[in-house]
Design a protein around this ligand. Structure first.
Ligand code: NAD
Length: 387
């Protein structure tokens, strides 16, 4: 990711005059994002970080994560990393949003009135930003939480829509991954069909289970793996699928390995073990290190870049926010497959990894800037019909 847009890992940091180089100011010393809003919520002891990374294409937008962190600076770093990822996710989809993420670093898991109070005060903070940031559900927050924030703020994606009420993004994320798997099969095997292909899904949660159902319907042989083995077994029974123990997924022969659990599962230790032709799944930040994309290429494994293949939920949320019909939403989410086909072809042409090609594609869209007539605020967005 480009340092000029403020990549936390790549940018040289000038920590002269910074009292705590390892703390919050030290982290921000070299960061060139739009800015970070920091607020301490005294009633709950929560540190709130709203990280705005880039606003080239439109208002910075990204989910709200609620989590217990060892230190507030860990929460800020998480927010920065996730906000940078959102910049590239929106750009890769050519959607009129910038990259952002908010983190509610809670001292312990909150519930009841305490949780509701925090969410309402977070909503008031969104309003004070006046449309400079839009939020949605993420790890640790639910659609119900978003509905609470939306009681006081219009800047919540996935709740306010002309045609639909609150929704769950995971079936749309799964549909995007499904269409990405078809595209990868078409590129790699010359045949998009799933019949007779084996797909191993790591993480049988909201996205993984929905993906498994689609794949089985399309004739694929599905293998499931989850640290919650009961969850894997329950879905396997429903779908007549196979289960492998956690850890064994990397060595199990399959056509497609679909990481749908946590990040960084593609790394120096696991890549040599993979027994698949394709990696295509929903998890964010799948590569342990950017160089792992080349390691996959060297092993002749086709990798569908995570920030392109897993954008279906974000895409659906924003289209529904604009009032799109469900047919339009489904058609747009399915366009992730053709977008990946272009990226695979581009990578082959330039002898680079698909991850590099996808970044170059997103960079080109960021360099172009917003399309003429693209909405530049949440208000414009809701006034425009995507049909
Ligand atoms: P989820 O919490 O519903 O499911 C995750 C599943 O992974 C759980 O069943 C959990 O037990 C399992 N798991 C956790 N660690 C594991 C490990 N080390 N090995 C095997 N299994 C493990 O989450 P989800 O909403 O299905 O999202 C899955 C992934 O996709 C996450 O990385 C998420 O960031 C990403 N993602 C989700 C969406 C969405 O719409 N939900 C959108 C984009 C990206």
């Amino acid at each position: 990711m480009r340092a000029s847009r403020g990549n936390a890992a790549d940018t040289p940091r000038d920590t002269s005059l910074v009292e705590d180089p390892e703390g919050i100011l030290g982290i921000l010393a070299g960061w060139q994002g739009v800015g970070v809003v920091i607020r301490r919520d005294l009633p709950t002891g929560t540190w709130i970080f709203v990280v705005l990374h880039d606003d080239t294409l439109g208002p910075p937008t990204g989910g709200c994560r609620m989590k217990v962190y060892a230190r507030p600076s860990d929460a800020l770093l998480d927010g920065i990393r996730l906000a940078e990822g959102m910049t590239y996710k929106w750009a890769a989809m050519d959607f009129p949003f910038g990259g952002a993420k908010s983190v509610l670093a809670v001292p312990r898991l909150l519930s009841g009135d305490e949780r509701r109070g925090l969410l309402l005060r977070f909503g008031a903070l969104l309003n004070s930003l006046g449309g400079r940031y839009g939020t949605g559900a993420d790890l640790g927050t639910t659609t119900e939480d978003m509905r609470t924030i939306a009681e006081v703020s219009p800047y919540v994606i996935g709740v306010h829509g002309r045609s639909e009420g609150p929704m769950d993004p995971s079936p749309y994320t799964a549909l995007g991954v499904f269409s990405g798997i078809q595209a990868a099969l078409g590129h790699r095997e010359g045949e998009r069909g799933l019949s007779g292909r084996s797909v191993l899904i790591q993480g049988v949660g909201a996205v993984g289970a929905s993906l498994a159902r689609r794949l089985v319907e399309a004739g694929a042989e599905v293998i499931l793996s989850d640290i919650d083995e009961g969850r894997a077994r329950a879905t396997a029974e429903e779908l007549d699928a196979e289960v492998v123990a956690p850890g064994a997924e990397y060595d199990t022969p399959c056509t497609v390995y679909a990481p749908c659990a946590v990040g960084a599962t593609l790394n120096r230790e696991t890549i040599p073990r993979l027994a698949c032709d394709i990696v295509a799944g929903a998890a964010n930040n799948q590569l342990g290190h950017p160089g792992d994309a080349e390691a996959l290429m060297e092993r002749d494994i086709l990798y569908a870049p995570d920030f392109v293949i897993n954008g279906g939920g974000a895409m659906a949320f924003t289209l529904i926010y604009q009032g799109a019909s469900l047919d339009t939403v489904e058609a747009r989410v399915r366009s992730i497959g053709p977008r990946l086909e272009t990226i695979f072809a581009e990578a082959e042409l330039r002898s680079t990894s698909p991850a590099e090609a996808a970044l170059a594609h997103a960079e080109a869209i960021l360099a172009r800037g917003p399309e003429e007539g693209a909405p530049s605020s949440f208000e414009d967005m809701r006034a425009l019909s995507p049909e």
